[in-house]
Design a protein around this ligand. Structure first.
Ligand code: ADP
Ligand code: MG
Length: 485
């Protein structure tokens, strides 16, 4: 039986986080009442002229530099024509054969839970700048409604080389692209709201061969899960056709989440002739070396590099490093907390990681807020970690006082005020141990007769006597010494 190799290239559209649209001053806010963020320019009235938003170009350049692209010093806008109710001008202003950025690459992780040492390069064919179209709303059976708030929101299209060979790699690529966009602060990455969208070009070929098979393009996947399922489905559909002696038809297909299948939308014969031509109303975009250098100087460390650094410098497991670098603010919070630790050891760093991954992230997801909104001081988390790492309090007490820490109180102060510090004073503990042994002669006899699992009983009694403040390690040690005497 022939083994097939999938070949996949992704086209990703990302809405840029500029305050105003790409060619006019309309706001870009999502979710406003329909047709309120519009003007003669975004409505495409005759006689209006577009004026380019410099910030949109700068954001595109940020993405181009972060993905190792060549930046074109002079690039052009072009008109791409098609007729659809949500495209008022009858053409979209886009870029055609001279996009702003081209020939780049990004790294994807082959094992996202690993330590980021296993990566693969995926080529970036091009990144170009264009305007978004409006939105057609078809929920009403009677009519299609058009909302033009989105018309003219700046978009970048990021086209990959066909270097992707499985649905999992496609997801890894998409999540890396999303992560880069988020770290650069140029897109909110929200797939449900459509600010990040992805089309997948898919073909299969016999493993070991180099010629590409006929591809289909799958659209309409609005989550990572759907991207994965749609690609898996489409790969299998193509293999089944080839196995039964058929041929693949080049066409655009749509993912249908209800039936969990892809369905034909339009074939090659129905493909649009976009009649591209240079946009006469906009001058070429000129990018000086100086401008590019100033943008390059503001690029942040990207997520994958930060993850690698967390593994290398803080000794974190790959999984922890992944979780902590998902969001820049969380990663920064981790680093800030670690910087306040008196003892700079890998053991302590791991305790900080545990605390953030469990206690902090849980509260953030419960309250649906960001770490900034939580108003928690990294100094206080560092203090809390040191208190239980040095056994001044138990981790149980640490969890109990955390709500107070979230009110802005210092953990040391709370422990002092409430008298929660563990007692390691041996003479004090020895007294309690003596009393417990004296009050439980039967248990002592049974312990000495071989029932050593009664140790837990004695430890429990002693901790109860001290209301949980006695250091359990010291208690256990003294008990053992006395019982075995
Ligand atoms: P089109 O002319 O149909 O738009 P492009 O050559 O512009 O095709 O490529 C669009 C996307 O499809 C790119 O991401 C590219 O990597 C990918 N692609 C091209 N050929 C194939 C193929 N045979 N199989 C899978 N993906 C492909
Ligand atoms: Mg194309």
């Amino acid at each position: 039986m022939i083994q097939y190799e999938p070949v996949i290239g992704l086209e990703v559209h990302a809405q840029l986080l500029t305050k105003s649209k790409i060619f006019c001053a309309d706001p870009t806010t999502f979710g406003d009442p329909p047709n309120t963020n519009i003007s003669p320019v975004s409505l495409g009235h005759p006689g209006v002229l577009p004026v380019l938003n410099k910030q949109a170009v700068e954001y595109t350049l940020r993405m181009g530099l972060a993905t190792h692209c060549v930046i074109r010093p002079v690039s052009l806008f072009a008109r791409k024509h098609y007729f659809y109710p949500d495209l008022p001008k009858g053409y979209q202003i886009s870029q055609y054969d001279e996009p702003l950025c081209y020939n780049g690459w990004i790294e994807i992780e082959l094992d996202p839970k690993g330590d980021a040492s296993q990566t693969k390069r995926i080529g970036i064919t091009r990144i170009h700048l264009e305007e978004d179209a409006g939105k057609s709303i078809h929920d009403l059976d009677i009519d299609t409604l058009v909302d033009l708030n989105r018309a003219g929101v700046p978009l970048i299209e990021i086209v990959s080389e066909p270097d992707i060979h499985s649905a999992q790699e496609a997801v890894a690529y998409l999540s890396q692209i999303r992560q880069i966009l988020l770290y650069l602060g140029i897109c909110d990455g929200n797939m449900e709201e459509g600010s990040l969208r992805c089309d997948a070009n898919i073909s299969v070929r016999p493993r070991g061969t180099t010629i590409f098979g006929t591809k289909t393009e799958v659209k309409n996947m609005n989550s990572f899960r759907n991207v994965e399922k749609a690609i898996e489905y489409e790969i299998q559909r193509q293999i089944d056709i080839l196995e039964s002696g058929g041929t693949i038809v080049q066409e655009t297909r749509g993912w249908d989440a209800n039936s969990q299948t892809t369905k034909p939308q339009r074939s090659k014969e129905q493909a649009h002739d976009y009649r591209y031509f240079p946009e006469p109303d906009l001058p070429p975009i000129r990018v000086s070396q100086q401008w590019l250098d100033s943008i390059r100087a503001t690029l942040p460390e990207l997520a994958l590099d930060r993850k690698r650094r967390f593994v290398r410098d803080f000794g974190l497991p790959g999984y922890d490093a992944s979780v902590l670098t998902q969001e820049q603010d969380i990663a920064q919070f981790f680093e800030d907390t670690c910087s306040y630790l008196r003892e700079q050891t890998k053991e302590r760093f791991k305790l900080v990681s545990n605390w953030i991954m469990t206690e902090v992230l849980r509260i953030l997801s419960e309250r649906k807020i960001s770490i900034r909104e939580l108003n928690l001081a990294p100094q206080h988390v560092a203090e809390l970690i040191e208190l239980f790492a040095s056994e001044v309090i138990s981790s149980k007490v640490a969890k109990e006082i955390f709500p107070d820490v979230l009110q802005g109180k210092s953990p040391k102060q709370i422990v002092e005020d409430k008298g929660l510090a563990q007692v390691s004073d041996t003479s004090f503990i020895l007294d309690i141990v003596e009393r417990i042994l004296h009050n439980n002669p039967d248990e002592v006899q049974r312990y000495r007769g071989g029932k050593t699992n009664l140790l837990g009983f004695f430890v429990g009694q002693a901790l109860k006597e001290t209301k949980g403040k006695a250091n359990p390690k010291v208690v256990t040690q003294i008990l053992q010494e006395r019982l075995n005497a």
